[in-house]
Design a binder for this molecule. Structure first.
Ligand code: ARG
Length: 588
């Protein structure tokens, strides 16, 4: 469906043209003086210079052409030359009826659907998930869902960190603890056991222990580096151990992501890129992109316009080991081969920006992607505690994701039980749903690139700009609709009529904006735009609700119209929270 604002702009353009002015001036925007009007056009101001005429004269000419037009309730020229618009209630109601009838609630699917790979989550195998990985998962999942809603083919890849030093560290520590394991026997030729020689909790203890030791003991660290290199070079026993580490931790990761409503299409990782490295290195050398610098293989990526120094992209260390750059570049090769994407989006901590600048430039310079393949970096800020420092446990340790989720859910559970409107058996499930909304909305309502304070009290509140407030609003609508159904009536029938109150019209105006929010939110990879929209929509609904006795209304035509409005509000809100990655319960 055409956007509501475009419908207005179209009429405005005609009026500009009919008065002899350039119709490019006829830009319509949401009003920044909602007390005076709903939309406005400032084109006459811009036209003053062009036509050497007072802007108010131009505005008056245009307005004159618009009198009696069915799109407007009123359209006025005001000093010094603004055009103030109120839209017609009839036109607004008919737009909302069209929305109700539209299968995608007025949002048009892209007419040039793209194939997009989105790289998000990025957990490191064998290290517990911590809050740093939470943001990537939450933001990435939302961008993925928005893209799909707009008709793009979006492939989500978790891109595990499964090839680095942490693997060498675990192998080294295991070799100290259980040197008798067959994995360490270089001469062993047989099959390796199917069962892992450790459990997930052991694994989670082994890694920090090993990492601690390597910081204190140079020899230990060198052993771990050597083990990493041997693993990467294909030592059989180490590969077999690696496989065990993978199986055990991936099973655990999947469980955690499921709790977050985050779902990946691909569970590939850095290790999968390994097979592409030799050919890639050869290609970079043969074509003169890469050269040896003090034994290391590098590609220059600086550009003339750089204001700060961008160091060369290192492809291989002098000992031949691959690096983070190497796996990311080889992964690009693999993704181009497998999916030929139009765009690859990386949702990663913004502190890694330089890395991605180097990788993107190298990929482009060496023609590893097509000229029109977009490489996008969505860098997010840090999640801080109330003290303004990176979020920690109360005891000051690294906050594990599981623990954070449990704490929020407990908090929600307490609030919900206090509320007592839900029978106990549902309270736990409801608490999980509301808890997830608190975490996700709390994160997504901030512009991704900014640091933000994770404030449990504020995020779990039922009032204010929070996930629980949005859910509360949806649940309120659902409860009215189910009581209406209990009256023996069907909320799916009937038409939206002209607004009879200011709060009703305000709600209708908010609803009509839906399709103009989603497209830009996706283009700009900005889920926070959806959050601000639904916050305003929820506020508009609640003002209307507090002023209107919906079910008590005796005029059936009015009542039906309101119910239809509620149905639309519910659908729009539920669609939006779906795009943000959470759901509303039936009751709260
Ligand atoms: N595993 C990395 C980390 O924890 C994030 C991976 C991001 N994705 C990528 N393609 N580099 O920092």
């Amino acid at each position: 469906m055409k956007k509501f604002i475009e419908c207005i702009e179209e009429v405005m353009k005609e009026a500009f043209a009919a008065s002899g002015y350039d119709d490019k001036l006829a830009k319509v925007t949401l009003s920044n003086r909602p007390d005076l009007c709903e939309y406005q056009c400032n084109g006459a101001m811009a036209g003053a210079k062009l036509y050497k005429k007072a802007p108010i004269m131009i505005a008056k000419d245009v307005v004159e052409k618009l009198q009696g037009n069915s799109v407007f309730e009123s359209v006025e020229a005001v000093n010094p030359g603004f055009i103030n618009i109120k839209v017609s209630k009839e036109f607004l109601a008919s737009y909302l009826n069209d929305m109700l009838a539209d299968e995608n609630l007025s949002v048009e699917k892209s007419n040039a659907p793209k194939t997009i790979v989105i790289d998000y989550g990025g957990p490191n195998v064998a290290k517990p998930l911590h809050v740093g990985h939470l943001r990537s998962a939450i933001i990435g999942e939302s961008i993925k869902r928005m893209g799909r809603f707009l008709g793009h083919k979006v492939i989500g890849d978790v891109h595990l960190g499964d090839w680095g030093l942490q693997m060498g560290l675990i192998i080294t520590e295991l070799s100290k603890r259980k040197p008798e394991l067959v994995y360490f026997d270089k001469d062993y030729q047989g099959e390796y056991p199917e069962e892992a020689p450790f459990t997930v909790s052991e694994l989670e203890e082994i890694y920090p222990t090993a990492s601690g030791k390597s910081k204190e003991d140079e020899n230990y660290k060198n052993e771990a580096l050597e083990a990493t290199l041997e693993l990467q070079q294909g030592r059989r026993g180490y590969r077999a151990l690696w496989k065990h580490i993978m199986d055990v931790s991936v099973a655990d990761l999947k469980k955690n992501y499921e709790k977050l409503n985050v779902e990946f299409d691909l569970w590939k990782g850095e290790a999968d890129a390994d097979a592409y490295i030799p050919d890639m290195v050869k290609y970079l050398k043969d074509n003169g992109y890469a050269y040896l610098d003090q034994g290391a293989l590098v590609v220059d990526v600086k550009e003339e316009s750089d204001t700060k120094e961008i160091p060369p992209c290192m492809i291989l260390k002098s000992d031949g080991a691959s690096l983070y750059n190497t796996t990311d570049l080889a992964t690009i090769v693999q993704r181009m081969e497998d999916y030929h994407p139009d765009e690859i989006i990386y949702v990663v901590d913004k502190r890694q920006e330089l890395h991605f600048i180097q990788v993107f430039r190298c990929a482009r310079k060496a023609k590893m992607v097509e000229e029109d393949t977009e490489l996008s970096f969505v860098g997010f800020g840090t999640m801080n505690g109330k003290d303004g420092k990176p979020f920690k446990t109360r005891e000051g340790g690294v906050m594990r994701l599981e623990r954070l989720i449990d704490e929020i859910n407990e908090e929600m559970y307490k609030k919900i039980v206090e509320n007592r409107s839900v029978r106990d058996e549902n309270a736990e499930k409801t608490a999980q749903m509301v808890g997830l909304s608190a975490i996700k909305y709390g994160d997504l309502s901030n512009q991704a690139s900014k640091d933000y304070v994770f404030d449990v009290d504020r995020f779990t509140s039922f009032e204010g700009n929070t996930g629980p407030y949005i859910l509360y609003t949806i649940v309120r609508i659902k409860s009215i609709l189910s009581r209406y159904t209990e009256e023996g009536k069907n909320p799916e029938e009937g038409t939206v009529r002209q607004a009879v109150s200011a709060s009703e019209k305000a709600l209708m105006l908010e609803l009509s904006r839906f399709n103009s929010v989603i497209g830009p939110a996706f283009e700009e990879k900005a889920p926070h735009k959806i959050c601000s929209y639904i916050y305003e929509l929820a506020n508009a609904f609640n003002s209307f609700y507090h002023e209107t006795k919906i079910l008590g209304e005796e005029d059936e035509v009015k009542k039906t119209s309101w119910i239809r409005l509620l149905v639309l509000a519910k659908e729009v809100l539920e669609t939006c929270i779906g795009l943000l990655g959470f759901e509303a319960p039936e009751r709260m």
